[in-house]
Ligand binder design. Structure first.
Ligand code: 4AD
Ligand code: MG
Length: 465
């Protein structure tokens, strides 16, 4: 029988199911060298084939025809190994491969930037094309992939319809004006009117406005895709390109919205713990964030606290009075909270995820529903320890006259008539939110810089890859 190539993940899975791997006979493994230790008569290669977090150990000796070459093979080289599985019940790893043939598929230069020692995350950011080969990033980007599927499973299992909202838009959904303009080449002298679309077009900052139109047809919908913001915030939480999950639900108010947010976060926690146990154990381990898994399990066990913005302001004022040092200590009703304020509330007061609700209308987007007090809107941010805001949401203004007056005032009615008109044609109460996917991944893995949670991050003045 011809030896079969097999994935290391499959070996571990079949072993876990009680299969005797020695019965496979000769098999083929292809992967990259993590370490190579040669002590003359016997050598040990640790091989990662990318299929799972764990490596397989290959034990070789001088019977290899190219023993000299293999004994000097460096970390990073790509190898083909043919041999038999040997069970090693007394060792940390349950089995290893004893190759009878090892071929070098891809050599590695001695200046390979990844060596056996631990590298700092900052150093690895400089070699974004190689960092997926390290434990941290193998774990992180697998969780990222699994979590993306989890999001779809969650919403689809609840009957939500997935909407592909456009990346090119003629409006700035958040009204903040921090957009990347899209134009055609050699547009010298062209005005917006004569450019490709005949008007100013930008990369979307949010799919919300478009997804609202679909919520008013399908009831429960979501969009999940890249969004772009041209804000020059140089923080560990801001990227110029990031992914957002935006559910929108019809016949639903802020309360329903928060319930869905909480259910979503809890589902995601359970999902990654169940689907990525090894990766999550690594993130919870001594090199990363000890206690992470316990912390996530604790989050599952209790409801998220819901707190009025007004109460939040009182608590922050109190904190300043009691000597807590904020970079911005001028706390007053009406202010936009900085991340340090959000973190104080979620880390020091609530000690877990929370919702801050009913913000002053002047600091929030035009589409949020005005409350009866005339001063606040039915908005809600979900704040989590270590990060601050990871979700922003609201009940939408469904009353035509009120929304029109607001839009006229800020001057964005032009081009958004279709959005306003949704309120005339069977409009109903509806709500939605946006979860920053990259921030969610940071929260679940304890990784604290968005430059790590994104494979090839884009931030202002930073686009090396
Ligand atoms: O709070 P934001 O701006 O809300 C919206 O865009 C709404 N249209 C969402 C909705 O109601 N459908 O952004 C939502 C989330 C934030 O809570 C944050 O997690 C993430 O998107 N986010 C960013 N993530 C990374 N880098 C940035 N520059 C981000 N800006 C927002
Ligand atoms: Mg926000």
């Amino acid at each position: 029988m011809q030896p079969q190539a097999i994935l290391v993940s499959e070996l571990y899975a079949r072993h876990a199911q009680g299969e005797d791997l020695t019965a496979l006979g000769e098999i083929i493994i292809e992967g990259w060298v993590r370490t190579n230790r040669d002590s003359g008569s016997i050598g040990f290669l640790s091989i990662n084939d990318g299929s799972c977090f764990k490596c397989i150990q290959a034990v070789y000796n001088s019977s290899l025809s190219n023993h000299e070459e293999i004994s000097h093979i460096l970390t990073g080289a790509a190898l083909y190994l043919r041999g038999n599985i040997v069970l090693t019940p007394d060792m940390p790893q349950p089995f290893e491969i004893h190759p009878v043939e090892v071929k070098v598929l891809g050599e590695v230069d001695p200046d390979y930037p990844l060596q056996k020692k631990r590298h700092s995350l900052e150093y690895l950011r400089e070699i974004a094309h190689l960092r997926p080969r390290t434990n941290t990033f193998l774990a992180l980007y697998r969780v990222r992939s699994v979590l993306a599927l989890g999001i779809h499973e969650f919403f689809q299992s609840k009957g939500f319809v997935y909407v592909h909202t456009p990346e090119l838009t003629g409006n700035d959904a958040e009204g903040a004006g921090q957009v990347f303009t899209v134009t055609t080449p050699d547009d010298k002298g062209k005005s917006s009117e004569t450019d490709f679309f005949g008007k100013k077009v930008s990369l979307t900052v949010s799919g919300q406005l478009h997804v609202e139109a679909f919520a008013l047809a399908f009831r429960d919908v979501y969009t999940f895709g890249p969004t772009f913001r041209a804000e020059k915030s140089n923080t560990p939480r801001h990227a110029s390109e990031f992914w957002m999950i935006e559910p929108e639900i019809a016949f639903a108010d802020l309360e329903d919205d928060m319930n869905l947010m909480e259910e979503t976060i809890k589902f995601c926690i359970r999902y990654v713990l169940e689907k990525c146990p090894e990766e999550m154990a690594f993130f919870s381990g001594k090199f990363m964030t000890p206690g992470l898994i316990d912390k996530l399990n604790a989050v599952l066990a209790r409801p998220f606290r819901r707190m009025e913005y007004t109460e939040g302001i009182e608590l922050l004022k109190e904190a300043v009075k009691n000597g807590h040092k904020f970079e911005n200590p001028n706390i007053e009703w009406g202010m936009d909270l900085q991340s340090e304020h959000e973190r104080y509330l979620t880390e020091e007061v609530v000690k877990g995820p929370m919702f801050l609700i009913n913000y002053p209308k002047d600091i929030k987007a035009f589409y949020m529903r005005e409350n009866d007090d005339g001063k606040t809107v039915a908005a809600c941010d979900c704040l989590v320890p270590g990060e601050g805001e990871i979700i922003g949401g609201s009940q939408r203004e469904e009353r035509y006259d009120i929304l029109k007056a607001k839009m006229d005032k800020i001057g964005n009615t032009d081009g958004l008539e279709w959005y306003l008109n949704l309120r005339k044609y069977g409009g109903c109460i509806h709500s939605g939110f946006g979860i920053g996917f990259d921030r969610l991944l940071m929260y679940l893995t304890g990784v604290n810089n968005i430059r790590d949670s994104e494979p090839f991050p884009r931030t202002s003045s930073q686009i090396k890859y």
